[in-house]
Design a protein around this ligand. Sequence first.
Ligand code: GLN
Length: 400
Amino acid sequence: MDKPIADRVSHIKQSDIRRFSAICAAVGGVNLSQGVCDQPAPDAVKSAAKEAIDGDHAIYTNLRGIIELRSAVAKKMRDFNGIECDPETEVAINVGSAGSFACAALSMLNPGDECIVFSPFYSYHVNLLQLFGVTVKYVDLTPPDWTYTREALEAAFTDRTRMILVCTPNNPTGKVYTKAELLDVAELADKHNAWIVTDEIYEYITYNQPHLSMASLPEAKDRTLTIGGASKTFAVTGWRVGYSVGPAEIIDRMAVVNDLLYICAPAPLQYGITAGLGLPESYYDEMRADYLAKRELLVDTLKTIGFTPYVPEGSYYLLASFEKGRWPNATAATESILEEVGVATVPGSAFYRDPADGEDQLRFCYAKQMSALEDACARLRKLGASNKSQAACPASRQAD
Ligand code: GLN
């Protein structure tokens, strides 16, 4: 007899992001799939974490995280994000930004409540919401600029809407929401008394304009929870240190949920990230310039092999479409490219409300060391501008 399995996990499966990352590792390919960010972390961050280990910072921290890190987060929220917050009551350190989002969803939403998400989306957001029994309502973003219509946004709100999620700079599109768009969201969230949760984990990776935080807008501040983290900023995705900043009433609840689920983020690593937040402005300038060069290399490569890349304004991902018929669908394209040239990507279908909308797209991650990205691009160029010979070409056209 089958052993009992909870209904809430009966439909969940490993994400395509992780799936193709694992297949890539098994075949020894170059991983442009999962945003693992395999680049060296800054020495200051590593040294401070090592010192904390040597100094026996080995026990549970405060359930909101060490005050040194909360104070450093509050300072950077003021200086970089334009958000005033009290490190004692309005900041909590979490187990990665995914941990922040889990605590937020559990603290803000009942099963059956609705959360609005823009599509394409980061699948972990949607899957976590569904795990918690939340109904996801989608607003479609249309390429190339990933715009939505005000009508669609208004229509997504109902009397059961309790949260709207904005991820800016965006995973997977690279979209950076404009001030007008953030104000749109703020106005409607206010009208429907919904929380705004913003995932700003890619805040330091913008190319054309400075990052704009939702909570820096007075119209939004009181109902916005800002999520961020160290993973991307310091290339430490496996350290699992994230943070939440928002009104004390919700941070209070989230801190208790954080305690129940995780107790605290890893203690010595919190010290490492505290040191990271003390790095000079030049660190961030160099990071941006480095990602810009990587974006250009990948965009140029994709163009030469017949893809249409949607050039990102931020983050370190891009979606690119391929000519319909070149491969039967996005999963077939991902598998074929991995097999043919050893480069892993993620099928675009993994990111859409209607997977059909992403069947001619792939997501590429360029958070790699330049030498690895150059290797990946050299491999991709071997694909050529089309693979008509292998394409699923309808029989009627073959006779032409
Ligand atoms: N955020 C990263 C991505 O989108 C990593 C995802 C993960 O492994 N959970 O690829």
